[in-house]
Design a protein around this ligand. Structure first.
Ligand SMILES: C[S@@+](CC[C@H](N)C(=O)[O-])C[C@H]1O[C@@H](n2cnc3c(N)ncnc32)[C@H](O)[C@@H]1O
Length: 153
């Protein structure tokens, strides 16, 4: 399982997701440019006490990321999806991507995803915080894949 951050805009959200990945043992791919200036030291500090556990890969662009070989499906979290994340069968090597706080992801990235999932919200709500979305879906993905590992034993 990996968490993929697409061009994040807000450093606090990025820090929260780096800490989440570090603490859960989920590797993080950061696709730049970010909407803020950041260096490796600051990124690691954002993961707080868990920086030593942070498995972070930085990519200079979506093109670089998409041209590199990756195992597993790219699973995009987007408000434009029809399939609820709770009805999706996750695999241990899925790459779960979240979009920019300001604009989600462009159509090319949307189309490149192997699956697109929505967190159902009440009709009046447009979206939730990106780090909250990441935590909800990673929680479900880890629950499912941990259960399937136990079932295979
Ligand atoms: C604040 S939202 C982006 C809102 C943006 N205006 C849009 O239309 O995509 C930031 C990211 O959080 C995730 N997200 C937020 N709410 C979501 C939901 N209800 N379902 C799936 N993903 C969601 C998505 O990855 C999204 O790109």
């Amino acid at each position: 399982m990996r968490l993929v951050l697409y061009e994040p805009d807000i450093p606090q959200n990025t820090g929260t997701m780096l800490r989440l990945g570090a603490a859960l043992g989920v590797a993080v791919d950061l696709i730049e440019p970010c909407g803020f200036l950041i260096d490796d030291r600051r990124l690691r500090r954002a993961a707080m006490d868990y920086a030593d556990f942070l498995d972070l890969t930085r990519w200079t662009s979506w093109r670089r990321y998409s041209e590199a070989g990756h195992a597993g499906r790219l699973v995009l979290l987007t408000t434009r999806a029809a399939q609820p994340y709770t009805e999706f069968a996750f695999a241990a090597d899925d790459r779960i991507m979240v979009g920019r706080e300001s604009a989600g992801v462009p159509d090319a990235v949307h189309d490149a995803a192997g699956a697109r999932l929505v967190i159902p919200l009440r009709p009046e709500a447009r979206s939730i915080n990106v780090a909250t979305a990441a935590a909800m879906v990673l929680g479900e993905a880890i629950r499912q894949t941990t259960l399937s590992m136990i079932a295979r034993r």
